[in-house]
Design a protein around this ligand. Structure first.
Ligand code: 5GP
Ligand code: MN
Length: 343
């Protein structure tokens, strides 16, 4: 962060701090938020974490989870009051206020000092202080670096370390994505030295399946997976009835898109899921094919080059048709990256 000395001075006296993150927080969104919250609490600040929506149960082990305010769970008035009264608002793991909808409007209207910590493409310019780079594998990595820059690495205890480790582990796809730099491994080594139990964290996040979820995955693999080898594309289409049939809970479809990407010869994978009155899409890609651009151009979305999301208010069928009809336009680009896979 530039102006780090000025920022350090800002934190010298106890402040009323809000930390918020993106809709449907994942392990990086929540882990970076609670990691930062626990650090700021240790520094003597008053801290509230506000999420725009709920998040999966497999993240509830993080320290501070019990105090998280879920905006849409009857906490609209409370959140508005806290955001209005805040001295500092941290925005973590999203790049534009529109990504957090109504909470974003409250943040925009607040006089608080705004701090952006993020690694998504196309950042907005609403922040007074910004720690932003797409070079970071995870927002949790940036939170670690901020604590380090503030000279407080010794304050990272096992709880903070585990929150941050969870974000880095998941956003790197368990240290497999190209974002897995030597710096990531050095930070993780520090987090382990600070007490992060890596087996515990990966068990809590990845080995936490319900039988319903496994049955849902089996159903999705056998009935809902489409592979189009001529394009190097594979995708799942999941209706709201499918979700209901398998008693699907928040988080049960997380990671599904990666199975489509794991198919040999596939360079772009998608999930197209009907939920909460709209169609939500996740995209993943290999090589140079930018799903960020694809999601921005066609599905009101965005994210990273190789991992992005979007949404549509069309019907599930119409969204799938739109997606399929776009593929011929991208055939050349997709095919270039299929050859990349075979290099
Ligand atoms: P996921 O597919 O795991 O939900 O999201 C992949 C990446 O894209 C994440 O970094 C997430 O923040 C981002 N993303 C997901 N949905 C949207 C969206 O609707 N708009 C934008 N701008 N980014 C999204
Ligand atoms: Mn992230």
């Amino acid at each position: 962060m530039q102006q780090i000395d000025q920022f350090r001075d800002l934190l010298l006296q106890p402040k009323r701090i809000i930390i918020t993150t993106h809709i449907k927080p994942d392990a990086d969104a929540l882990g970076s938020s609670l990691g930062l919250a626990n650090y700021l609490l240790a520094k003597g600040h008053h801290v509230d974490v506000i999420t725009p929506t709920d998040y999966p149960e497999f993240l509830a082990w993080m320290k501070g989870n019990d105090a998280v305010i879920n905006f849409e769970d009857g906490n609209e008035a409370l959140s508005a009051k806290l955001i209005d009264a805040a001295d500092i608002i941290f925005c973590l793991d999203f790049s534009t206020l529109s990504r957090i909808e109504k909470v974003g409007e409250l943040v925009a209207a607040s006089n608080a000092v705004k701090v952006l910590i993020d690694h998504h493409l196309n950042p907005g310019d609403f922040a007074d202080y910004s720690l932003w780079t797409i070079e970071a594998a995870a927002t949790a990595e940036l939170v670690f670096q901020l604590i380090e820059q503030l000279g407080d690495k010794s304050l990272i205890d096992n709880d903070i370390a585990e929150c941050l480790y969870a974000g880095i582990m998941t956003d790197t796809g368990s240290f497999r994505h190209p974002s897995t730099s030597s710096r990531v491994h050095r930070i993780v080594a520090d987090l382990i030295d600070s007490g992060a139990d890596v087996t515990k964290v990966s068990k809590l996040i990845y080995d936490n399946n319900s039988i319903d979820r496994l049955k849902f995955l089996g159903f999705a693999f056998s009935q809902r997976l489409q592979v189009l080898p001529e394009f190097g594309v594979a995708y799942f289409v999941i209706s709201k009835e499918d979700l209901k049939k398998f008693n699907s809970k928040n988080g049960d479809t997380e990671g599904l898109v990666n199975y489509a990407l794991s198919i040999k010869g596939v360079v772009m994978a998608a999930t197209i899921i009907e939920r909460d009155g709209k169609v939500k899409m996740s995209f993943r890609s290999m090589g140079d094919f930018s799903v960020n651009q694809f999601a921005r151009d066609h599905f009101d979305g965005g994210g990273h080059k190789n991992a992005a999301g979007g949404a549509s208010t069309d019907s599930l069928e119409a969204t799938v048709e739109k997606f399929k009809n776009l593929l011929p336009l991208y055939k050349e680009d997709l095919n270039k990256n299929i050859s990349f896979l075979h290099v």
